[in-house]
Design a protein around this ligand. Structure first.
Ligand SMILES: Nc1ncnc2c1ncn2[C@@H]1O[C@H](COP(=O)(O)OP(=O)(O)OP(=O)(O)O)[C@@H](O)[C@H]1O
Length: 343
């Protein structure tokens, strides 16, 4: 049984279809990135998953219990299984960092001594030992989010939902918060769903990507799958544009759609996890006597996998055996055009 099993989920606000017939499963220990442009339905999905919104149709099974069928009283208990991390931290400034982390435990009726021990454990887990007495206003953005994460996992939820958890942070702090979340995922086996509009965050962090578009789920797979499926789909191409290598302007201006007598082909080549990180380019050179130049791109870490996304220039027209080799070994091969050989 999956930890989370969403089926036929729809959510309408009057005539507005915020979510239309969405189905997906999440297994224990997975990190899922949910991405989509503004108005795609990300926040509505998040609210449905933490039972703050009742969907119009469909089921949301969390640990086997259907959140859509629970009474208000049962929902209070069910919501404890879902931790929430917010973009703007949502901390109480009247309380210390430790006091904020203690809040869900107090609400759940934990005895005082156990709360103190648990808060100390959580402060250490998120790297805030010695900061427990400080008010949120005395903490940096990254430290505030660490408090937010400690508070969200205090009750040992089955699922951690992160709503744009790094969008208010600078790139360095974003990296450290993603590292913390990945650590928590590894050490506690905690399942994480991260909702974001930043593809870079999804690329670095998620094992699997769900793409929402106008309330519909249009993709559910690894980054490698997303890159393959994005060809010819402007909705996916647009989302990926932030992280993909682009052709330098100087070359773009000289790009010809068809090969000429003295032109070199330019190709976008994506290598999947099975080939990324292997000496693929030198293999092309030795086996096919081609000089291959890396124009843009390289190898990226995508969740736990490697992926190479490159724009390559070849010294000569592609022979039939080379084309076959690329089709067999590369995840995606796309001829971008041809440039005169003097460049
Ligand atoms: N309470 C509501 N009442 C009416 N319409 C709503 C409500 N909540 C969301 N919507 C509509 O549903 C659609 C999806 O909204 P949602 O906020 O889920 O998108 P989103 O992907 O989170 O967008 P953003 O990235 O801008 O936050 C939008 O068209 C929005 O206007």
């Amino acid at each position: 049984m999956s930890l989370l099993d969403v089926s036929g989920l729809s959510c309408r606000f009057g005539a507005q279809n915020a979510l239309s017939d969405i189905s997906f499963q999440v297994e224990k220990g997975e990190i899922i990135g949910v991405i989509g442009s503004s108005g795609a339905g990300k926040s509505t999905l998040l609210r449905c998953l933490c039972a703050l919104e009742r969907p119009t149709e469909g089921k949301i099974l969390l640990d086997g219990a259907d959140l859509t069928l629970l009474s208000e009283r049962e929902l209070v208990a069910a919501r404890r299984k879902v931790g929430l991390v917010f973009q703007h931290f949502n901390l109480l400034n009247a309380r210390s960092a430790a006091g904020n982390i203690a809040l869900p435990l107090e609400i759940a009726g934990w005895p005082k001594a156990r709360i103190t021990a648990r808060v100390d454990e959580l402060l250490a887990l998120v790297g805030l030992e010695g900061h427990g007495h400080k008010r949120p206003s005395q903490l940096s953005g990254g430290q505030k989010q660490r408090v937010g994460i400690a508070r969200a996992i205090a009750n040992s939820p089955s699922l951690l939902l992160c709503d744009e958890a790094t969008s208010a942070l600078d790139p360095h702090t974003t990296a450290s918060i993603l590292e913390l979340l990945a650590d928590i995922n590894r050490t506690l086996g905690l399942t994480i769903i991260l909702i974001t509009h930043e593809m870079e965050v999804v690329r670095r962090f998620a094992h699997r990507v769900l793409v929402l578009d106008h309330g519909a789920l249009i993709e559910n797979g690894s980054m490698a799958t997303l890159m393959r499926d994005s060809r010819g789909d402007p909705r996916l191409e647009n989302l990926l544009a932030d992280i993909r290598p682009t052709l330098p302007e100087a070359l773009k201006r000289r790009l010809l759609p068809d090969p000429g007598p003295d032109t070199r082909p330019l190709l976008r080549v994506v290598l999947g996890p099975e080939t990324a990180g292997t000496p693929f380019l030198s293999h092309l050179t030795t086996r096919f006597q081609q000089e291959v130049t890396l124009i843009q791109g390289g190898t990226l870490a995508c969740g736990d996998e490697l992926l190479s996304d490159m724009i390559l220039s070849f010294s000569a027209p592609l022979s039939a055996p080379l084309s076959i080799f690329l089709d067999q070994r590369a995840h995606v091969t796309e001829v971008l055009g041809y440039v005169p050989a003097d460049r």
